[in-house]
Write a protein of this length. Sequence first.
Length: 463
Amino acid sequence: MITALIIIFIIGYLAIALEHPLRVDKTASALLLGMLMWIIYAMGAESIVPQVAGAKFSNFLQDHPDVLSHSKHMQALEYVLNVDIIEHLGDIMQTLLFLIGAMTIVEMIDVHGGFRVITDHINTRKKVQLLWVIGFITFIMSAILDNLTTTIVMLMLLRKLITQKEERWLYAGTIVIAANSGGAWSPIGDVTTIMLWVNGNITAPSLLSYVLLPSLVSMIVPLILISRRLKGDLPPRDTVVEKNSFITSGQRNAIFWLGVSGLIFVPVFKTVTHLPPFVGMLFVLGALWVFTEIFYNSKMLEQAKELRLPKVISRVDMPSILFFLGILMAVAVLQSTGILSATARFLNDEIHNVTLIASVLGVLSSVVDNVPLVAAVIGMYPIQSPDAVGYAANFMCDGLFWELMSYCAGVGGSILIIGSAAGVISMGIEKISFGWYLKNFSWIAFVGYICGIGVYMAEKLLF
């Protein structure tokens, strides 16, 4: 049964990676994979649960004496239904609720034209200067918002700035690298850092202290290399007619700053209250919702029907949410069946070097999606107590492994265009081919990735 689960997981992964050639949406593959693995696990629970769960299964039977009269299969199945699924679904829903809240707030800002606060200030037509401006704006925005949303916003902006396709692709590739690098040092900048932060593997101060500089280097080095390909100026851009012109600049700015301030407030909320981050995110969403309702009721704007949150929330990318649900549920089966712990033991025995393990996993995240990869790593390596010493100390909260993993999982996804949500979005919007990115950007992203790891190790040696 374990072999069957591994084979199905690999096939499902391939279906997700080959989404475009197969012409099957990755969300469909992820949902089918996740649910199928739980079905197989439930069918084979009798042979898996007693061996893997051990004492935890015995305690469950003692706490539920009514189950003892059932068959061995039903006892194991009751454990799967009442312990495994409940525990994993609770952890997964924290991440999904956080994402839904964040994506809704970003959509609210976008539909009000709030991002013009940034884009209207980009006036340069010098190619190299524009490259660096776009790179740094993307880097900062992806840390505050998230790399997926930032990539969408910046690619849409790019279409207004540059008309020539091949030249625009150079900037689009830069956006992919900058978005992934920017998301790696912020607890809300990437789904993987959100997962590590929500799970308690890493804290916001640790990310800012040790991951910010390596992430910055992983973007600056590629910018230097790409700048050598650009010369001259771009032609003047056309004037764009403003959508929802009845919204004044003051109203647009108010929504922008309220939304962004709310997103920045979430890490502070968690630090002060010690409540899960999704509570803070939904609190901010509720506050913004109340503000906009009062605002529109007082203004009596008939045109604002399309801008109210019940309408805006329909724009949230629910297929992405369902994709995360499917893939995280699949990884949960790998954790429950002991496959991840066995993999962790293999890496520890054969490599036994946290820097090398994290670096290899980061490169692997460019081949497979970094979300399930990080979910798998979280399941493979339990958080060690603060008094852990020696090799185990690397896996305590804010340990070397988790800091480096947050960097490697995010930045490593830039090596291939299919390795991150930012890259996949670029393929969809700009129609960038896998081969073109591999030839023109993969080696650049890899050089930046290695330089960032070097900077991180230097930080640890010096500080």
